[in-house]
Design a protein around this ligand. Structure first.
Ligand SMILES: [Zn+2]
Ligand SMILES: [Zn+2]
Ligand SMILES: [Zn+2]
Length: 385
C-alpha cells in the first residue's frame, strides 16, 4: 500500500540528507504548502509515477496512494494535525468524518490503522468513555446526583460568598448577580464588577429540596440514557476512543529548524556579529519580545532580527503581524523572515511596506545562501565593518 511506497521513499531522502541541510526537502514538500495547488499536483504526479514502477513489482493500486496523500493534505489543515473521532452516543459508534473527503466510509477505522502500521499516523488515546456495564453498545451516560438520605434527585447546590473588600459572608442566594453590569454587595452596597476577583467562595454544600437535609457529598450515579437506568460509577465499563496524529512532519521540520538556526548563527558570527538564539529583547515600549535569532554588529550599532516560520498553508498575514509587532518595537536595522513554506497573497506587499525581507526557499541550504547574500551585501555597504 501507500506505506510501502512511502517507506521506499525514505532511504532516498536519508542519503540526500548527508549534506545536512538539504535533508528534508522531499519529505517536507509533501507535508507543506498544501494551499499551493500546483505544488500539490506535482507531489501527486511524483507519487503517481513512482507508483507505476512499484505497481509492476508488487502489484499495488495507485489510487490508494493518491488517497493517502489526499488524506495527509487534509490532516495538515486540522488542529494539531490530528484526526479526532466523532461519537454517536446513542448508537455507540465512532466516526472519522474526514474519511468521506477521500471517498472512504466514515467508520473505516481499519483504513486509519493501516496508516498507523505504515508509520504515517500515530494512534493516541482521545478519551475514555464510561459506558453502561449491561448495554456497552451505547455510549450515552450522564451523571446524576441524589440525596443520600431520601434518594431524591431534587438536590440543590449551595455556596457561601464572601465579599473580599468588606469581608461580608452570606449564602450565595443573597447576592444578586442577574444584572452583570450592576451588582452590589448586600452589606457594604459597593458595586461588584469582577465576580472572580472580588468574590471568594469559602464553602460549598448541597441541600435536598425534599427532605431539607444538608450534606457535603451527594450520591453520584451514572445513568444509561438509552435504556433508562442508573448504574454505579465503579461498575461502568471503559470504552477507549482514539485520535490519529500525523507523524514526522512536525518533528522533521522542527529538527531542521534547529539546524538552520545554528547555521544562521554561525553565518552572522562570521560577519562580525554577536548573535544569539531565542533571546529576549526589550523594545522601545518596554515590552519584551522573544526573537529566534538576534544579531548585533560588533563594530557598528546595527542589528538584525531573523524570524523562522514554517506553515503548511503558507505564510499569511497573521504570521506577518506576529513579526511586525517586535520589529516595530525593537526597530532593528534589518529584519528577515525565512521560511520553507509558500507566501500567501498580499503578504509580500505587507513585508515590503514594513521593510521585512522575505526569504522563501523550498530547501534549507538555499535559505542559508540567500541570507548570506543579504548579509554580505549589507556588510560591504558598511565598508566591511
Ligand atoms: Zn444500560
Ligand atoms: Zn432528601
Ligand atoms: Zn461588601
Amino acid at each position: 500500500m501507500f506505506g510501502k511506497k512511502f517507506t521506499s521513499h525514505i532511504p532516498k531522502i536519508e542519503k540526500k540528507s548527508s549534506s545536512k541541510l538539504t535533508g528534508l526537502d522531499n519529505l517536507s514538500s509533501i507535508f507543506k504548502s498544501n494551499s499551493n495547488e500546483t505544488k500539490s499536483k506535482t507531489v501527486l504526479e511524483e507519487f503517481h509515477e513512482e507508483d507505476h514502477k512499484i505497481v509492476s513489482q508488487i502489484d499495488l493500486p495507485p489510487t490508494s496512494t493518491i488517497k493517502s496523500v489526499q488524506l495527509i493534505q487534509e490532516v495538515q489543515k486540522l488542529n494539531d494535525r490530528t484526526i479526532i473521532p466523532f461519537v454517536d452516543y446513542n448508537e455507540g459508534k465512532l466516526f472519522y468524518p474526514i474519511l468521506s473527503k477521500i471517498g472512504e466510509v466514515q467508520d473505516n477505522i481499519e483504513y486509519l490503522d493501516n496508516l498507523v502500521a505504515d508509520g504515517i499516523l500515530e494512534k493516541k488515546i482521545y478519551e475514555k468513555l464510561i459506558v453502561c456495564p449491561i448495554h456497552s453498545d451505547t455510549f450515552s451516560s450522564s451523571m446524576r446526583l441524589y440525596c443520600p438520605k431520601c434518594h431524591s434527585m431534587g438536590v440543590e447546590k449551595l455556596n457561601l460568598f464572601e465579599h473580599k473588600k468588606c469581608g461580608y459572608i452570606t449564602e450565595s442566594s443573597n447576592f444578586d448577580f442577574t444584572n452583570q453590569e450592576e451588582s452590589f454587595c448586600p452589606s457594604c452596597k459597593k458595586p461588584i464588577k469582577n465576580f472572580e476577583k472580588e468574590i471568594r467562595v469559602p464553602a460549598m454544600w448541597y441541600q435536598c429540596e425534599d427532605c431539607s437535609e444538608k450534606f457535603d457529598n451527594a450520591v453520584i450515579k451514572l445513568h444509561c440514557r438509552k435504556h433508562e437506568h442508573d448504574f454505579d460509577t465503579n461498575s461502568g465499563q471503559f470504552v477507549t476512543t482514539y485520535c490519529y496524529k500525523l507523524k514526522n512532519s512536525e518533528i522533521s521540520i522542527n529538527s531542521d529548524t534547529n539546524q538552520i538556526k545554528d547555521e544562521l548563527l554561525k553565518l552572522l558570527e562570521g560577519f562580525n556579529f554577536t548573535a544569539k538564539l531565542n533571546v529576549l529583547i526589550k523594545g522601545k515600549s518596554g515590552n519584551v519580545h522573544e526573537i529566534p535569532i538576534y544579531g548585533k554588529s560588533k563594530t557598528t550599532n546595527e542589528s538584525i532580527l531573523i524570524f523562522i516560520k514554517n506553515q503548511p498553508g503558507g505564510i499569511d498575514q497573521t504570521d506577518m503581524n506576529s513579526i511586525l509587532v517586535p520589529k516595530l518595537d525593537i526597530a532593528p536595522t534589518n529584519t528577515l523572515l525565512v521560511t520553507v513554506s509558500g507566501i500567501n497573497d498580499g503578504v509580500e506587499n505587507l513585508a515590503k511596506h514594513y521593510e521585512i525581507h522575505l526569504i522563501s526557499e523550498p530547501d534549507f541550504s538555499k535559505i542559508i545562501s540567500h541570507v548570506e547574500m543579504f548579509v554580505s551585501e549589507w556588510y560591504s555597504k558598511n565598508g566591511g565593518k
